[in-house]
Design a protein around this ligand. Sequence first.
Ligand code: MLT
Length: 208
Amino acid sequence: MTESSFIHRFEPATIAGSPPLLLLHGTGGDENDLLGLGKMISPGSALLSPRGRVLEHGMPRFFRRLAEGVFDEADVRHRARELGDFVADARQRYGIAAPVAVGFSNGANIAAALLLLKPDVLSGAILLRAMVPLSDSPKADLAGKPVLLLSGQADPIVPASNSAHLAALLSQAGASVTRKVLPAGHQLSQADVTLARDWISNVAAEAV
Ligand code: MLT
């Protein structure tokens, strides 16, 4: 497969050395959705933004679900591999380093699956309103990978216990996880933007 098999946007870096971002939208979004967020949290970064290839009543997603919060896990595995191949191809084509994923909702869930199934694809991840993507999580080696997990205290889709479990799974695999529960629901708040921006500038400073 080639990178052109995902509809996507790519914006090159404007500040050398800033970490490339892989932007992964939520259900019903597209490749344009998170470009503004990406620019806010890491001005100057290259932005790679694919559109999910699964359609649910016409709404793009990154994998199939059977009901809200109930995932088709065979499809999660298949789609995570497909997305990993896309990122590998796009890295060659655009000449970028392994990106930090910035995923919201369904995009955060596929980013979590990528971390667990294909740990080399991402250099880190910002997971906004993520859930555990696989009931039978593979034993990944995420040693030292930075992950920011931001959850909403009043999120009707993601119970606090579920995001806590995801944080534990990623930590057990060796990731360096920062988890915060915000006074928010499933939608993003200004606090998400501020925390993500501060976190990524620290990660970028440590990588130098
Ligand atoms: C999912 O299906 O990935 C989660 O339920 C989040 C959503 O897209 O609503």
